[in-house]
Design a binder for this molecule. Structure first.
Ligand code: GLN
Length: 306
């Protein structure tokens, strides 16, 4: 297994899937800046625990990481707050779309988990209480990748201009006492974190602490404790792809976190972290081709937590 030729495997996946570009999936249109992204792109990159890298297709092209940022903001919040992070945020799969409002009412403003929009907005609120959340998040990502990471200002503006549902979620939670800070400040953090631009290669590197018991992918120093990293992985498996999480576990069997920019990051514990990207989405808001790429990767390598 250790001698697996990952570069050949990623090249094969790229060759097999590239002809499918444009035949399925639709780019997210509810954020105008994302609607302008060409759907005819596919990238894949991985980084092993030993530091070996492999990449294929548009793996160096920056894209909007969107909800993949929720994994990193959760990491910052766990670092800052430990167990208290969970005081007003649940850990159960939602079984409903990422921007759903209905559950919040019956559950009195407590979001089901930190990866649906309501949960990530609540995490952003905790980060605002700790300091300059935007700066902290970019600093964490810069350290994890070993190079500076930026926010795409146009996407951030577009999110803010059209973020009506997110504004509703935040106001609703504020009404229930789930948010400590003012709604505008919290949403500014949330919209900006979603608008961070990174490539598959950068995301695969940045997520490296999740396959290394919480240790920094380049320096080996602790980012999270081993127990905390295990929990983030567990949440990715059960909640990282929203109401498709069961199907992802069934077909792929890896902790995954998706974003509506078309990226999906996956973790093979103790082996590697992997990022796929293709902007066309399926009906659950997950990358249509990215999901097929992960299925192919698992089929070709046999790597899965199950
Ligand atoms: N910015 C997006 C939103 O708030 C993030 C959603 C996602 O990537 N699933 O709707």
């Amino acid at each position: 297994m250790s001698g697996m030729d990952f570069q050949t495997i990623l090249d094969e996946i790229n060759t097999e899937l590239r002809p499918l570009l444009g035949t399925g999936g639709k780019v997210a249109s509810y954020i105008p800046a994302l609607a302008r992204v060409s759907p005819l792109q596919f990238g894949i990159a991985l980084r092993t625990c030993a530091g070996q890298t492999a990449q294929a297709g548009d793996s160096a092209t920056p894209f909007s990481i969107q909800s993949m940022s929720k994994m990193f903001s959760l990491t910052l919040a766990i670092r800052a707050l430990g167990e208290a992070m969970w005081d007003r945020i649940g850990r159960e799969p939602s079984g409903s779309p990422f921007n759903s409002l209905v559950q919040l009412e019956s559950e009195r403003g407590i979001p089901r988990n930190p990866f649906i929009n309501a949960g990530a907005i609540a995490v952003a609120d905790r980060l605002v209480s700790q300091g300059d959340a935007k700066v902290e998040l970019l600093a964490l990502l810069g350290r994890l990748c070993g190079e500076p990471i930026h926010i795409d200002a146009e996407v951030a503006r577009s999110e803010a201009d059209t973020g009506f549902r997110n504004t509703a979620l935040a106001n609703f939670m504020k009404g229930f006492g789930t948010l400590d800070n003012d709604v505008a400040t919290v949403l500014d953090v949330y919209f900006n974190q979603c608008a961070i631009a990174m490539s598959c290669e950068q995301v695969a590197c940045a997520a490296g602490y999740l396959c290394r018991d919480g240790r920094h992918p380049l320096a080996g120093t602790p980012v999270l404790s081993a127990a905390q990293a295990r929990r983030v992985n567990a949440l990715m498996l059960t909640c990282g792809t929203y109401d498709a999480a069961g199907e992802f576990a069934f077909r792929i069997g890896l902790p995954c976190k998706s974003g509506v920019g078309g990226g999906i990051v996956a973790v093979v514990p103790d082996r590697l972290s992997l990022c796929v990207w293709s902007p066309g989405l399926d009906g659950t808001g997950n990358s249509w081709l990215g999901r097929q790429a992960l299925e192919l990767f698992v089929a070709k390598t046999g790597l899965s937590v199950f």
